[in-house]
Ligand binder design. Sequence first.
Ligand SMILES: NC(=O)c1ccc[n+]([C@@H]2O[C@H](COP(=O)([O-])OP(=O)(O)OC[C@H]3O[C@@H](n4cnc5c(N)ncnc54)[C@H](OP(=O)(O)O)[C@@H]3O)[C@@H](O)[C@H]2O)c1
Length: 315
Amino acid sequence: MKTVPLGTDGCQVSALCLGTMYFGTTVEDSVSFQILDAYAEAGGTFLDTANKYASWVAGGQGGESELLLGRWIKERRNRERLFLASKVGLPMPGVPKGLKAVVIEQECEKTLRRLGVDRLDLYYAHADDREAPFEETLGAFDRLQRAGKVRYFGASNFETQRLDEARRLSARQSWPAYVCVQMRHTYLHCNPRVPLEFTAQMAVTPELLDYCKAENVRLLAYSPLLGGAYCRGDRPLPEAYRGPENERRLKRLSEMARACGATVNQVVLAWLMQSQPAAIPVVSASSPGQIRENLGALSVNIKLNMESSSYDDQS
Ligand SMILES: NC(=O)c1ccc[n+]([C@@H]2O[C@H](COP(=O)([O-])OP(=O)(O)OC[C@H]3O[C@@H](n4cnc5c(N)ncnc54)[C@H](OP(=O)(O)O)[C@@H]3O)[C@@H](O)[C@H]2O)c1
């Protein structure tokens, strides 16, 4: 699979990341294994999980996705071929919200145990915590890196200014800096005045896109397919993605799909990977057929000349 840089020290990661949020809960084990196998067979190595996945599902406690990945990694004996990302900072049963050092240190150990590995490749602050000083959070991340438990750090659901403040502090203190930021991002624009279903979630903003370009911070786009809403009658568009401007964008999307001989989902993913700044979609699937369709986006060239720019385009 095509790879793209993460950070500035030569690290390369898969251009398409597989989200595993519901693996081991609503997506049963055997199907999760099939999806993971299909992604790995396509050369994909970048897997996204979190300590919290999926504690909100009926009967869920959190940790199910990491445990499922741990079982798959053990069975396939493929740890060294993978780039494993997890997250800390959102509440789940027995774990408070936030980025206090003690929570980070305890949760990192639990995540490593559930995955059955001794090192994470990427560890995200799952959401900003204005109550924990950056010094405390970044100091804890520094200790994890020095102990060889984590290679890189990322931020998720952060405002641009806070991300910048944190990165400046890391540079001053020689602590690991956030090399990437994971936000809600898709082809349709998210109306910032309409609340999202999950309150911790934040959509990308024009300021953040500029920041990522200027500062070489890699952008990861979560929920890129809006849970299937681009193509499924049973999945209405979330309210924040409705309105006349998005109607125009949906039309444009259908035209691009026809011109490229691709599905609308593939064009959305290809557009994210090919626009500026290029994003890594964190896409999921609940069946092997879905992941195969989504992987097809890697060979779609959407001819960016059809699309003038990434966010401001009003066509
Ligand atoms: N950082 C954060 O705060 C945050 C928040 C949310 C998600 N994430 C990460 O992002 C990943 C993806 O998030 P997501 O699941 O919300 O996003 P998504 O990729 O937009 O949606 C995935 C869902 O869309 C449907 N789908 C996928 N491919 C399809 C296809 N080809 N045709 C029709 N339907 C299709 C499936 O729904 P059905 O299951 O109903 O079939 C699938 O479960 C997660 O796994 C997680 O790793 C991060």
